[in-house]
Ligand binder design. Sequence first.
Ligand SMILES: C[S@@+](CC[C@H](N)C(=O)[O-])C[C@H]1O[C@@H](n2cnc3c(N)ncnc32)[C@H](O)[C@@H]1O
Length: 207
Amino acid sequence: MDSHELPDTEASNNAGHWKHYYQTVKHNPHRPLVGSAAESNLSQSRLAVDCGCGTGSEIAFLLGQGYRVEAFDINPDAIQVCRERFAGNPEVNLHLSSFEDYHYPQAGLVIANSSLFFCNPQSILQVWSDIEKAICPGGVFCGDFLGMKDSWVGGSFPKVAPLSPHQIEKMFESFEILKWVERDEAGHTAGGAEKHWHSFTIVARKS
Ligand SMILES: C[S@@+](CC[C@H](N)C(=O)[O-])C[C@H]1O[C@@H](n2cnc3c(N)ncnc32)[C@H](O)[C@@H]1O
């Protein structure tokens, strides 16, 4: 999950605890993977959706690539940072919303970097179904899922939604997988706390 590591609080599902994380990452550059995902979009749509957009590093990059961006986050602090960052830019629409409640528009690119696994475990497959329907044929998904061996699973993060490789493969049955990177190793959070990472980073194009 490269430089976009996650907050080290044990209560990261609580919106208030993201503040420190946002301060840490708000000047981060975009994730290089998003560049290759943006280039792999073969659909006619130059609309990108950033799910759980945080402080908007990917939004800034995608605007520079000629995309219009719809972005949402459940955390008002994140949306406030983005509102200030993209004030007056008609190519950006920001929404305070959860993965479950967001109305996903048809898009050529859907980004969910280090975010979707904070979805309610009971909802993640429905959320994925909504995302899959929203991606235009030839459009691309880029994002991360959490695996079963991650140290947050079943412990201090009751609301993370881990998935098995088999589940992820099934979710992407109607996609061409362009990148599949499994991370299974000791690592750190953005705040430097030790944790075991088990994640799957996927870039895939819808058939
Ligand atoms: C680790 S940050 C990643 C932010 C951004 N995607 C990035 O890569 O810099 C995860 C983001 O997901 C958001 N998030 C967590 N649960 C969410 C939910 N149920 N619906 C929408 N966003 C959520 C958090 O508020 C946070 O901003």
